[in-house]
Design a protein around this ligand. Structure first.
Ligand code: GTQ
Length: 375
């Protein structure tokens, strides 16, 4: 089947600018019959001057989604669904289930006494705990209790299962996975655990207790390509942000931002996805910049707004919003008295490892973007 004829011309020296003629159109049809094409008809499209994200900025407001997420509990069981999750669908993307770029995200809900059986896949996952008591996850036999704003890893190839203790309350957490990326790489394998569960083989929260002591390295060996610290708890993370803010001005673009790291290497927590937590002081508004990579923010505390590509997006605790690659963005804390804290999941490790990271500061209008219409 011949593809529909396209010709993306640009009147700029060095860019493709070939006029269609009856002879050329016939030639293109001939090439298409042999599954080939003339580069100059598509070159300007496939080599844009700068990254052009297909994803659009979006805020997923928790007040809109929470009831719908809870409703799924009445509609399907985790046994039937595998994972009972409502995923975030970026309206600019129709090709894949992506929240932004090549990142997938969803809200998983589980009632007390429920379990989602063990499986593993080449895609890596993170959890960010939103609400509820008694949830736990088991990653390769390491059981972790899950508390509000804890950040948890289930790296590529690890067995993982989730549950909520019968004595707990309904729990909701954000899942983030690199599924679209791993599928784009055509490298995703999936396995259900033959016994349905991976036995707990270590003391509860052992990896955090072993590897999570700041500035102190245990004598344990670790050579896997992801962090041995599977859970990063909220309390020490927030405390670290406050200490950082006491001691330093932080960044004009990011406020006080701390990246979660693999304590064995100081590198990112996983090869394909990284995360950070940043604090905006009361009243702080950051300067605008843009960089490559896809970013999914989750407001862990407080309220504020971001200006993304010249439009204002308001957010408050538990809202999730995205900044697509190479999109101008700045963040503001709307409160004059309370701080605002943003968790951010990204594919920055991929951008850095592959030499694709670029960054640019916005230099006009005092570093702030001019506002376009409200979204
Ligand atoms: O818990 O492993 O939201 O495999 C999507 C796919 C969660 C999980 C999701 C998954 C998981």
């Amino acid at each position: 089947m011949a593809r529909p004829h396209e010709n993306h011309r640009e009147d700029v020296a060095g860019r493709a600018n070939v006029e269609d003629t009856p002879e050329l159109l016939a030639y293109y049809d001939e090439l298409a019959r042999f599954d080939a094409g003339a580069l100059w008809t598509v070159a300007n499209k496939i080599e844009p001057w700068q990254p052009k994200s297909q994803s659009v900025p979006v805020v997923w407001r928790y007040k809109d989604l929470r009831d719908h997420v809870l409703r799924s509990v009445e509609l399907v069981t985790p046994e039937k669904a595998g994972r009972r999750v409502i995923y975030l669908a970026n309206p600019g993307r129709h090709d894949v289930s992506a929240a932004v770029g090549w990142l997938y995200a969803g809200l998983q809900v589980m009632n007390p006494g429920e379990k989602a059986g063990a499986h593993r896949h080449s895609a890596s996952a993170i959890r960010f705990i939103m609400e509820g008591e008694g949830a736990y996850t088991v990653v390769d036999g390491h059981k972790m209790t899950l508390g509000r704003n804890d950040f948890v890893l289930t790296p590529n190839g690890t067995w993982h299962e989730h549950a909520v203790d019968p004595s707990g309350t309904p729990c909701i957490w954000q899942d983030g996975l690199d599924i679209p990326f791993v599928n784009a790489m055509e490298a995703n394998f999936y396995e259900v655990h033959p016994q349905g569960t991976e036995p707990v083989a270590f003391p509860v929260d052992d990896m955090t207790k072993t590897w999570g002591n700041p500035g102190l390295r245990p004598s344990a060996d670790w050579s896997k390509p992801y962090s041995p610290m599977f859970k990063y708890e909220w309390a020490p993370t927030y405390e670290a942000l406050l200490k950082y803010a006491e001691a330093s001005e932080g960044s004009a673009f990011d406020g006080h931002l701390l990246e979660y790291v693999n304590p064995a290497t100081n590198g990112p927590v996983m090869p394909t996805m990284g995360a950070s937590m940043q604090r905006l002081a009361p009243g702080q508004q950051t300067r605008a910049h843009r960089h490559t990579g896809s970013y999914l923010y989750h407001c862990a505390k407080g309220a504020g707004f971001s200006i993304i590509d010249g439009k204002r997006y308001d957010w408050s605790e538990r809202d999730i919003f995205c900044v697509p690659s190479w999109t101008w963005h700045e963040h503001a804390n709307a409160s004059a008295t309370e701080d605002a804290v943003l968790f951010c999941l990204s594919d920055l490790p991929v951008m850095r490892a592959l030499g694709l990271y670029r960054e640019q500061a916005f230099t006009d209008t005092n570093g702030h973007q001019p506002l376009k219409d409200k979204p």
